[in-house]
Ligand binder design. Structure first.
Ligand code: SAM
Length: 236
């Protein structure tokens, strides 16, 4: 058994390029949209659960400065470091970087937050890392979307790796088994992890104990289709 993203990290960028090539460009568009909507001056930003840093790299290429990231997978971070990005190993449930940012983002990662208490702690930490008036933007999949994923399987193959993604579970909690084959060596790995669906109301409720004020929430498919939400909070 391997840890989540331990092997997946090695071909994550290729997987994204093959299966969702527009996703991070759409996140970039979303950030620009929110920047215009809320008239944001972005002098610094933190990408929470930055993974391999695909979005960080795009942001820097588009001229954003002081872009930093955290993630708790050393293997995902290795890929981000190889792109020359400024990242640190930290868990979003209890990080303390000792500094503040104008914008904090977290995309395609809140499914990994399994408990309400964790969500509250994450939002308190985020507020503590925002400058006054700073903005937090995240997305996530709803409970109904998670429920629809149960029982689904998905096969993927590239020249170096292939996998079979199997979802089981109950309600809005999905048990994922990622059965990976490294083609050159014939080695097989299984990465198991859980994903939890969240509704907008869950996140808004979890933010109650923080200094975050809801300023925007939508189910419009600005980035992903079918049952994803986008939420923006401002530090009051
Ligand atoms: C699907 S990947 C998305 C990565 C990146 N945001 C992107 O859009 O490409 C989810 C990421 O969340 C990270 N993650 C999961 N739980 C975490 C936690 N408690 N603290 C920090 N990162 C976490 C994983 O290591 C992984 O890199």
């Amino acid at each position: 058994m391997s840890k989540a993203y331990e092997i997946f990290s090695k071909f994550y960028d290729k997987y994204i390029m093959d299966t969702a090539p527009e996703m991070h460009k759409d996140y970039l568009k979303l950030i620009k949209l929110m920047q215009e909507k809320f008239n944001m001056e972005i002098g610094s930003m933190l990408d929470i659960s930055c993974g391999t840093g695909i979005l960080m790299k795009l942001l820097i290429e588009k001229g954003y400065s002081n872009v930093e990231g955290i993630d708790n997978s050393s293997e995902m971070l290795e890929q981000a470091l190889s792109k020359g990005l400024k990242v640190a190993n930290a868990d979003m449930r209890n990080f303390d970087l000792g500094k503040r940012y104008d914008l904090i983002i977290s995309f395609d990662s809140f499914g990994h937050v399994l408990h309400d208490e964790d969500m509250s702690n994450i939002l308190i930490n985020i507020a503590a890392h925002l400058n006054d008036g700073g903005i937090f933007i995240c997305d996530g999949g709803t409970r109904a979307k998670a429920n629809r994923m149960i029982g689904q399987t998905f096969n993927y193959g590239s020249d170096a790796y292939s996998f079979r993604w199997e979802n089981s579970g109950q309600g809005s909690r999905v048990n994922v088994a990622l059965n990976i084959l490294e083609k050159t060596t014939g080695e097989k790995f299984t990465e198991e992890f859980q994903l939890q669906g969240h509704d907008i109301e869950d996140i808004v409720m979890a933010a109650k104990g923080s200094d975050l004020r809801l300023i925007y929430a939508t189910m419009e498919p600005l980035v992903k289709k079918n049952g994803s939400f986008i939420i923006c909070f401002q530090k009051s």
